[in-house]
Design a protein around this ligand. Sequence first.
Ligand code: PMP
Length: 465
Amino acid sequence: MLDIKTIAEIAERDRSSVLHPFTHLKDFATGKAGDPTIVTGGKGINIKDAQGRTYIDAFAGLYCVNIGYGRTEVAEAIARQAYSLAYYHTYAAHTTEQLATLSDRLVRMAPGKASKVFFGLSGSDANETQAKLVWYYNNLRGQPKKKKIISRERGYHGCSVVSGSMTGMSFYHDHMDLPFPGILHTGAPHHYWHAHPGETEADFSRRRAAELEDLILREGPETIGAFIAEPVLGTGGITPPPEGYWREIQAVLRRYDVLLIADEVICGFGRTGADFGCSLYEIEPDLVTVAKGLTSGYMPLSGAIVSEKVYKVMEEASDRVGAFSHGYTYSGHPIAAAAANAVLDIVEKERLRDRAKTVGEHFQKRLKERFAQLEIVGEVRGVGLLGAVEYVADRQTKRRFDPDLKVGARISKAARDRGLIARAMPHGDILGFAPPLVVSEAEIDEIVDLAYQATKQVMDELAKE
Ligand code: PMP
């Protein structure tokens, strides 16, 4: 716990100098939004702030701290690497033992027929790389028009220029001159909101696939390079795919020779109870994006994993086009690679994928038991250790709450006041959960109870308003 004077000084230094993501600038600058939360420590599924308050972090930071906080094995691996070699680049075939080990490991474990990994620092830059790989691949194989990339409404793929354009949420585009040309969007895979009356999940999936096919035909299949999607829609509302969705979608992509980029940034490394979302839904990707769980957030690291099919074209063309001209100063950073190896050791040793499956089943069951009958709950959904409760004003008509009521944000705040971090997601009133994979069943019960109390509090408030 820090003393009051130190806390005030840190807050003031922060307020006067940090440009915070997803923060109302004026409310923060004037103090109307309160002081910054100064996070000082973490252990297991808990974080602590400067006032000494402890919170259960049921969102694992931003769905990334899968192994939990305070794992000294990872800290030691980072320190060992920093002492022996803090940095060297990977340009012109330089490497380190940690990087070579990690890359080999990823190629072996990745879904699809993986061949190589290009390393970056964030999910956004990895998806930026994926777009360039799609363009490069199609240029090299003599298909220079096949460049457009289709993503989904409510998909999240990052916030850089191309990845932000792929993200299917308008507030990532507004006032920032996105989307970038050549990035198209197709409908979200959300049965609850988008199914026609009486439409089954399987029928809805077929309709989504038919819409994708229509879009490809309208644009001309010779202009469509790739389709990018998260196996489970994440920031767009934590929504598992409807029945049959991936089978139908992949059939369309194959028909028109369209590459599939699986964005496994959230789903990868056990979060859904399977190694990857692709394994769970029988997805055969051509390119795979990984980040977050790869290092559990202990260091920034991402990977764009390239299949044999794409890589072969790149290698064969190299006599003609010269070196592969893409790379960052920090591609394959040795400290990040050391952190990733230590994290993946823990994921394997502690069988966190299996844990996410069994504890995840308990979590889904508890969420449904506690929330499904509440009169302001429209849908409870999730898979593994990803879950969401969606609130509506009227269950029958699915009428949403007036956005000015800020129901989701208020429930999230009421949870926080009880020491629980669960995220108010965009697109309506949604409380999202993605706890560290080391969470126990007893801790799940506590998380669900606290979220339930928070929901009840806001329901009572709404009844009085
Ligand atoms: N893809 C997905 C599926 C994500 O959830 C995220 C981050 N939430 C990203 C990409 C972007 O990752 P980053 O924030 O590391 O750039």
